[in-house]
Design a protein around this ligand. Sequence first.
Ligand SMILES: [Zn+2]
Length: 450
Amino acid sequence: MLFFSGDVQAHLDELAPYVAIPSVSRDADPGTMRRAAEWVAGQLARAAGRVEETGGHPVVRGEWLGAPGAPTVLVYGHYDVQPTGSLDEWSSPPFQLTRDGEVVRARGVSDDKGPVYMALKVVQAFLAQEGGLPVNLRFLIEGEEEIGSPNLPSFVTAHAADLAADLVVSADGAMWRPSEPSLSLGSKGLVSLSIEVSGARDDLHSGRYGGTVANPAAALATILAGLHRPDGSVQVEGFYDGIPPLSPERRAEIAAVPFSEEEYARELGVPEVYGEAGYTTLERLWERPTLEVNGVGAGGKYTVIPHRAEAHISCRLVPGQDPSRVLGQVSERVRELLPRGLVVSVHPDPGAVPAYTIPPDHPAVGAARRALEAVYPGEEILLAKIGGSVPATSLFEQVLGAKTIFFSFSTADERLHAPNEFLRVRRLGEGMRAWEALLRELGAALSVSR
Ligand SMILES: [Zn+2]
């Protein structure tokens, strides 16, 4: 076993200057982004760490290929962070790592600077203490994850040969709950679109014109209401086509997860849970596609017939669904629901993402499970899915032919993207131990499977 300093403060002192760099990919200046990238590259000094250009913020790369015959693992993560939002809502300055009991608070500490830090420290410890690693490693730490990775596809495609790997391990993505360790076997896909219903040239006086023309706001409401059936299922022709039925084994596995619907509802502040009939809450969360209305806008309080109404909707997809086909089906349904006397236009957002999944019997899943069991002895390892979308996984699968496992030690409740983002301090030690165990396990598991 590797030795890791039990001195938590020493780790926090090392992490603090990294967290202090406000690498907000949405609007930071290039120099700031580069400083964050250089910090990561510096940590990878013994693995040829370097900053490389893309069409946008640079990426950090590195590799250690000193284990001939052993499998190669690509470590993925990101050094960029979300904007802070309103500073008033933070209880400490967002770019100052602040210890608060069992947690440390700062923008990016959980997503994804802390989890990347753990992986970097483990690689350093292997090289310093054992002079090598059980697998060959490549690194790709990007700076645009929080803005949708616009330059990652072209970079990965152009460098496919240099990024070739048997498996990708993502230091991004989060454990589902703090109370038990979990592995995520996939993430949902995503398509989204705007709907605009237009009527008259301008807003009309509701007394002088009311009753003579169709109302775009009411029509939009009709359209949105027609996208679901009363039982909560999505009422779009063909929407569920191609989705394999949920196997009895998976249903049993999900049913065995300790989960209270009442507690879940209470935490969210809703009177009860709701969703597609015939599935449990966790089945809907992990295994079923959804269509949600994200926003609606029309008129105001004045006595007018608004001339325009708009809405934004998005669908989270599961394996078997084709993003562009779903976009077409939803657009078709929207047009079909339009009441007479108005015009509707549909604008799909760019960047449709297919769902991603790794089979539970993949050798890497077994390796990751054993690694977590070593760190959390006696605890059940939950097999979860990420309800969100991680475009990089599909990219790695398509371009590199490599599956991805999510191995992050952030937790989904750590206010990622929100004010007062935090990381549980205990995760630092747990994460480093688990990465060590994972790399040892992968060395054995992937070699056998080749
Ligand atoms: Zn992230």
